[in-house]
Design a binder for this molecule. Structure first.
Ligand code: FES
Ligand SMILES: [Fe+2]
Length: 435
C-alpha cells in the first residue's frame, strides 16, 4: 500500500480490510465489543410462559433467557458450575435448569438447588454456585442482554432511537417469520449492506424506478443509526420528470414491497396498466402514501404523529452493532448478522419479519436453511431483492482476502453509517486494550 493510496485525501474515510478478515480482530471484538454491548436475543413472545427458556450464543458465550416464576425475565450464562457442561440445550419449557452430565440443578432464578453428593464438594455455599447473570432489558417486544455489569443502562443506550421508533408500536407486533442461514462473510460485511442505499442502482436495478436512493437520509443516533429511504418515486439518478411511461414498472416495483389490501392492489394494477389515469400533478407516490395511510387506519396501527412520507417511507433503525430494523406503519422487516464464533469469515444471517397479529394469524415460520451459492436457489429462498444482496456478501469477503486491497473507502454521506459503525466499534475496543 502506498502513502498516496492512504493519504491523498485527508478527509477520505478508509477502513482496513483486516477488520473483516483477521482472526485476531474477531478475538478483539469478542472481548472488547460483544462482551460489553447490549444485544438482542429473542422476543418476549418467545419466552411468554413461566419456564420458557431461550438459548443463545454470544460469539462463544452460551446464555439462556428464562421466564421466571415471578413472571420476570432473567438471563444467565448457560454453563454448569461443576465441569462446564452446557445446561439448557434448547429452547423449551422447563421447571428447572438441570445439567445432563451429573445432574446438578438450578432454579429458574439461577439458584443452585441440587448437587449430587454435596459432601464430596465440602457442602458448598449455594451462593457461590449461583448461575452468573447477564443484564436484561426489553424494548419494542425484543429482549436484550448485556454481559457487562458496568455497561450504561439500556434505556439510556437506546434513547437516541426510541422516540422515532415508538409510533411503529413494535411491541404489539408478532413474529411472521424468522429465516436464517450461514453466510460466508464477516458479520460487518452483512450489516453494511443494509445501512446504505448507495448500492441500490447497481445491485437492485429493478428497484430504481420506485425507490429514490439519492434522497435517502442518514443520521448518527448515539451508537446507532437511522436511514430513511424515500419510496414510491424514481431514483433521482434517472432524471425522470414524467412518470407516465414508467408507471407499469413502478407498480411492479412496489407491489412486492408492502402487503397492501386486495382492493388497494387492484387499484395499483389499474394505474399500472393505464386503465386508471392519475389526475394531472398527482404522482404515484401520492397514491401510495394514501393507500398506506388507509391500510394503517383500517388495521388500527395509524399513529397521530405519522405525516406525509412517514406513511410510506422505509425507516431503517440500525441498532448497534448488528441489528437493522426496517419499519413502515404496520410492518417490520429486520436483518441481523451474528458472528459465527471467532471465525471472521462466517456469520449467521437472520431475516426477521413482524406484523400486527391478524385474526387468521398463522404460526410464525421459523427455518434455518443451508446457504447456497447458486443464484436461482437463492432467489427461490430469499426473493428477488435479498438474493441480489447475498451475491455481494460472499464476493466482498473474498475480495477483502485478496491481499490487493488494504482499505475499503467509504462515501462521505451515503456510507456515513458504516463509518459510524467502525467508530463505535473502536470506542468499545479502546476501552479494553487487546490482551
Ligand atoms: S458438568 Fe454439570 S453436573 Fe457435572
Ligand atoms: Fe440491498
Amino acid at each position: 500500500v502506498t502513502v498516496r493510496d492512504v493519504t491523498s485525501r485527508s478527509d477520505l474515510r478508509l477502513v482496513a480490510t483486516e477488520r473483516y478478515t483477521s482472526p485476531g480482530f474477531a478475538r478483539r471484538e469478542a472481548d472488547g465489543l460483544w462482551g460489553h454491548v447490549w444485544q438482542m436475543v429473542c422476543r418476549e413472545e418467545d419466552v411468554a410462559a413461566v419456564g420458557d427458556c431461550w438459548t443463545h450464543v454470544i460469539v462463544d458465550q452460551p446464555i439462556v433467557v428464562v421466564r421466571t416464576p415471578s413472571g420476570a425475565l432473567r438471563a444467565f450464562h448457560n454453563v454448569c458450575r461443576h465441569r462446564g457442561n452446557l445446561i439448557q440445550r434448547d429452547c423449551a419449557n422447563t421447571t428447572e435448569l438441570r445439567c445432563s452430565y451429573h445432574g446438578w440443578c438450578w432454579s429458574l432464578d439461577g439458584e443452585n438447588t441440587a448437587i449430587v453428593d454435596p459432601e464430596e464438594f465440602g457442602w458448598p455455599d449455594p451462593e457461590v454456585l449461583r448461575l452468573p447473570e447477564l443484564r436484561l432489558a426489553t424494548w419494542g417486544g425484543f429482549v436484550f442482554v448485556n454481559p457487562d455489569r458496568e455497561a450504561p443502562p439500556f434505556e439510556e443506550w437506546i434513547a437516541p432511537l426510541a422516540a422515532d421508533a415508538a409510533p411503529y408500536r413494535m411491541a404489539d407486533m408478532r413474529w411472521q417469520a424468522v429465516v436464517s442461514t450461514t453466510v460466508p462473510c464477516n458479520w460487518k460485511v452483512g450489516v453494511e449492506a443494509f445501512i446504505e442505499s448507495y448500492h441500490i442502482p447497481a445491485t437492485h436495478p429493478q428497484g430504481t424506478c420506485a425507490t429514490d436512493d439519492t434522497s435517502a437520509v442518514y443520521e448518527e443516533r448515539g451508537e446507532h443509526g437511522l436511514m430513511v429511504i424515500s419510496m414510491g418515486r424514481p431514483s433521482g439518478r434517472l432524471g425522470i420528470l414524467d412518470e407516465t411511461p414508467i408507471l407499469a414498472d413502478m407498480v411492479d416495483g412496489v407491489i412486492p414491497l408492502q402487503k397492501l389490501l386486495p382492493h388497494q392492489l387492484e387499484r395499483l394494477r389499474r394505474i399500472g396498466d393505464g386503465s386508471e389515469v392519475l389526475p394531472p400533478g398527482v404522482k404515484l407516490r401520492d397514491v401510495l402514501i394514501d393507500l398506506s395511510r388507509e391500510r394503517a387506519v383500517a388495521g388500527g396501527w395509524a399513529d397521530p404523529s405519522f405525516e406525509g412520507g412517514d406513511w410510506y417511507d422505509q425507516h431503517e433503525f440500525h441498532v448497534f452493532p448488528n441489528l437493522v430494523l426496517g419499519v413502515i406503519p404496520g410492518e417490520l422487516f429486520g436483518f441481523r448478522f451474528l458472528p459465527d464464533g471467532l471465525d471472521p469469515d462466517s456469520c449467521t444471517f437472520e431475516m426477521l419479519s413482524l406484523r400486527f397479529p391478524e385474526p387468521d394469524q398463522r404460526p410464525a415460520k421459523r427455518a434455518h436453511v443451508p446457504y447456497s451459492g447458486d443464484d436461482e436457489a437463492r432467489r427461490a429462498t430469499w426473493g428477488a431483492i435479498l438474493h441480489q444482496d447475498f451475491a455481494n456478501l460472499e464476493s466482498v469477503q473474498r475480495g477483502m482476502h485478496s491481499g490487493s486491497l488494504h482499505h475499503v473507502r467509504l462515501a462521505r454521506r451515503q456510507e456515513l453509517l458504516i463509518a459510524h459503525l467502525h467508530d463505535v466499534i473502536d470506542n468499545y475496543l479502546a476501552r479494553r486494550p487487546a490482551r
